[in-house]
Design a binder for this molecule. Sequence first.
Ligand code: ATP
Length: 571
Amino acid sequence: MPPHYTFAPRIKLPPAPFRKTISQKQSLMQKQPEQSRMDKIVSLAKRRGFIFQSSEIYGGLNGFWDYGPLGVALKRNLKECWWHDMLTGHDELATLPGAPTPYEMTGLDCTIIMHPQVWKCSGHFDLFHDWLVDCRESKRRYRYDHLKGRWASHREKRVFVVTEQSGDEALVETAAKAQKFFGLRANKSSEIEWAKAMVPLAGNAPFAEALGPDAASPGTLTEPREFNLMFETRIGALAGNDDDRAFLRPETAQGIFMNFKNVVDTSRVRVPFGIGQIGKSFRNEITPRNFTFRSREFEQMEIEFFCKPNDSAAWYRFWRDRRWNWYLNLGLTPGRLQLREHDADELSHYSVGTADIEYAFPFLPDGEFGELEGIAHRGDFDLRSHMEGKLVRRDGELVVETDDAGKPRHRGSGKDLSYFDDISRERFVPHVIEPSAGADRAVLAFLCDAYHEDEVPDEDGKPRSRTVLKLHPRLAPLKVAILPLVKKDGMPEVAIDLYRKLKPQMATMYDEKGSIGRRYARQDEAGTPWCITVDGQTLADTTVTLRDRDSLTQVRVPLDECVDLLRSRLA
Ligand code: ATP
């Protein structure tokens, strides 16, 4: 049995499914609509050009996703909101509610491939791994910490039935597998005796008695093996020896630590300040799944916030709340969001707190949440690691890990990454608060949250079902569509003129094809918050109809006020 999670700087702590009680009482009827809701969201995402599977014409590549015309606009808007709200739009002179003092924010864009020593000192080289289990029979591979099961017995036989599913799916799957294993007809399945709890495979069953999720007989699962999640590559034409080995970054954060000194030396920032970065990260996930939720290539939006050690607890609370409010302000449903403070036993020893912002994704069982963002108090761990070498915990202290010869296991840069405060005349290694968000997971959460089905009256006043994405206007790929009611009587000319006035200001679309009802429906599915219709009355009194996607209200607005009105609504 491998050790569970040893000290690891940002290695996953006990996996989410095991932190939550798997309710055995959930009604299957409740779960099914959510699953079909997820299927509908995935299908809309493809049909309307939000998200496609990568390399689809070759059968796709598991864990890789492309963003289509609407998707790229949505994702860019999301990243732009983050960049604006956290960095460029931040008022550096004000003391924000909950903040100990004013603070500065700046940005960075660093490389995906960095010096291999970065990952050795950060701990990723030794510790950024998952445990995988293979099935000798089905040749399938599983994440050890995702496998769970329950004991089933019938007459003299017993078996531990393993599943990757959660919640009700887990109960249904294990019941069906046990029935087949014991060779029972459906009407005899009540003869099976079950141990009540669904428990992790780890530590609860010998492998010889475990019936794998895709196996027909027990004992086919291999002992867990370590699997480093970093993608490896080689640098240079003559690549061949170990020195040429490099890694695609599994997080953007380390690039910020690499440049901490550069930023302090070249810009006028003073502690407390934060550096933000948005960029690609790569993790060779063992089981990518749940649409874009767990991908192998994804984007992160990360901040490293540097502060005085004594103020760090207050800054941690500030950032936790600031990031929580960001999701709410952009419209995520409060009831589907959860702020989960890690328990003391989940915390790294140097940390005074870590919290996850989690969302109730529709593919999860009722009552379970998936991580959107982690906010971690990281103490001085990162800067010290890159100065001194890879750190380990010994007797409650962080010390440089040494090899058998007493030399550092992974040597640090030796550069001084401390900070001198020229007002207080103090020198210290700043403590770090790290809000680390996933752009793709956030896009997925906003898409899921925005998806609604309702009924609207058609042109004849009859109810018509519609699918609508109620995206926040800042996130919506298109802000407004300009629609001439008919393609004649001078209406297109007026509409095109308005389109040309709006287009430089915001994402605007001109559409004259199809009935007005169909055109509204197309915009509703794309999440466009407003439609402007040019009709017969426009030609008479120069007013247009402004239709609101969510309330469905239609109001007459003077043509020459449209630009200012929509600009003020977007502000
Ligand atoms: P998980 O436990 O779900 O694997 P994590 O705790 O390893 O996530 P972090 O290392 O804290 O994630 O990364 C910060 C953020 O990056 C996550 O909150 C998530 O939004 C995003 N992220 C991490 N791994 C992936 C992935 N494989 N696909 C998409 N987004 C990811």
